[in-house]
Write a protein that binds this ligand. Structure first.
Ligand SMILES: NC(=O)c1ccc[n+]([C@@H]2O[C@H](COP(=O)([O-])OP(=O)(O)OC[C@H]3O[C@@H](n4cnc5c(N)ncnc54)[C@H](OP(=O)(O)O)[C@@H]3O)[C@@H](O)[C@H]2O)c1
Length: 339
């Protein structure tokens, strides 16, 4: 870290939400994937901010907001960054979908992150279904339910209240589909500013991506590098690997960069923010620097558009309910929300 010259955060490209807010195109992911301790993640966040990141993607369920809050406080104290220069995102976990729960979840996150507002609060998943930490892929919660729009809107109304109170400057959704998003847009009072979803070259989600964008939402892509170290429960034999795809490798060679940089350049040029995670200072730096240097050509962007393998990595098995067929039921594959 000592030998790395930070990226000038003012030079990092930004996207603008429909509300006019600027959000850095590359943020720092903080999900430890069951193998990075909260203390290690807090160190990684410190490193990321020192290296120029100003957008941090947190969540209550990642179990490390308290440690990240301590790290942020230390950075403010040493003058490395000011709170107002950061974009802090958090997410309400599935076990806080009851009446009054969203405010409680937000209060805990604010306390943990040592701040009095969030830049963005998301509903992490559109289901109230949760599972014990580190559980196996077969784990099913007997209380798990399919998507019930009325219930979801009760959660969303609470999010709108957070926005009214200024506790969350923006609100948004994550892991939704087009049918769910249509219903949410029909019934919301405050339109979500952001749609956070899985996006990487082998999982491009073009229909959801375009619909969301046409509706004025900013897409934020998670697992932008194909999440090579994701938890075992999220690995399936047919999964493909973005960073070894010959098209990505060839473009990386042409630009003299690692394939990870190609994934991130592609994301940002396509028009979405990306939130890679790393605990390695060189990778932390490279992921931000990737979007501040040379662009991919039109031909390269077109070539990457052709390598979509529709390979969803975060399938969500553990959120399934009794009677669900398989994980595809979470994603409304036929355009219908299973009940
Ligand atoms: N909304 C949601 O439901 C949701 C779901 C999943 C994830 N997320 C968010 O998205 C973030 C990113 O997802 P992710 O962490 O699963 O996947 P990812 O960012 O695609 O991949 C992270 C992995 O890639 C490696 N890596 C990072 N930079 C690299 C580089 N330059 N070269 C080679 N390897 C590199 C890292 O290992 P090293 O540490 O060794 O660099 C790390 O294990 C999460 O941290 C979380 O904030 C949100």
């Amino acid at each position: 870290m000592e030998n790395i010259i930070p990226v000038n955060s003012a030079k990092v490209p930004c996207f603008t939400t429909y509300t006019g807010a600027k959000i850095p195109a590359v943020g720092f992911g903080t999900f430890g994937s069951d193998h990075v301790s909260p203390a290690q993640m807090a160190e990684a966040v410190k490193c990321a901010i020192r290296l120029g990141y100003r957008h941090i993607d947190c969540a209550a369920v990642y179990g490390n907001e308290r440690e990240i809050g301590v790290a942020l406080r230390a950075l403010y104290a040493e003058g490395a960054v000011r709170r107002e220069d950061l974009w802090l995102t958090s997410k309400v976990w599935n076990d806080h979908h009851g009446d009054g729960d969203v405010l409680l979840s937000c209060a805990q996150t604010l306390k943990d992150l040592q701040t009095d507002y969030l830049d963005l609060m998301l509903i992490h998943w559109p289901f109230p279904n949760y599972h014990p930490p580190h559980c196996s892929v077969d784990c099913r919660n007997p209380d798990a339910r399919p998507y019930i729009h009325e219930n979801f809107m009760r959660v969303y109304r609470q999010l709108e209240r957070l926005a009214d109170m200024g506790l969350a400057r923006h609100i948004g959704i994550s892991n939704v589909t087009i049918p769910k998003l249509k219903l949410i847009l029909r019934d919301c009072r405050i339109k979500p500013a952001v749609n956070e979803m899985e996006i990487h070259p082998h999982f491009q989600q073009p229909e959801l991506y375009e619909f969301s964008r046409e509706m004025g939402l900013l897409n934020i892509g998670y697992c932008p590098l194909g999440s090579p170290n994701r938890p075992e429960r999220d690995k399936t034999p047919g999964d493909t690997v973005d960073m070894t795809d010959p098209v990505i490798v060839k473009i990386a060679e042409a630009h003299h960069v690692h394939p990870s940089a190609v994934c991130l350049k592609w994301a940002v040029q396509r028009g979405n923010a990306a939130i890679p995670m790393s605990c390695n200072p060189k990778n932390i730096y490279a992921n931000l620097a990737a979007v501040c240097s040379d662009l991919l050509t039109g031909a390269e962007m077109a070539a990457i558009a052709q390598i979509d393998k529709k390979c969803r990595l975060v399938k969500g098995h553990v959120f399934l309910w009794e009677g669900a067929k398989d994980w595809n039921d979470l994603w409304d594959v036929n355009g219908i929300i299973p009940q």
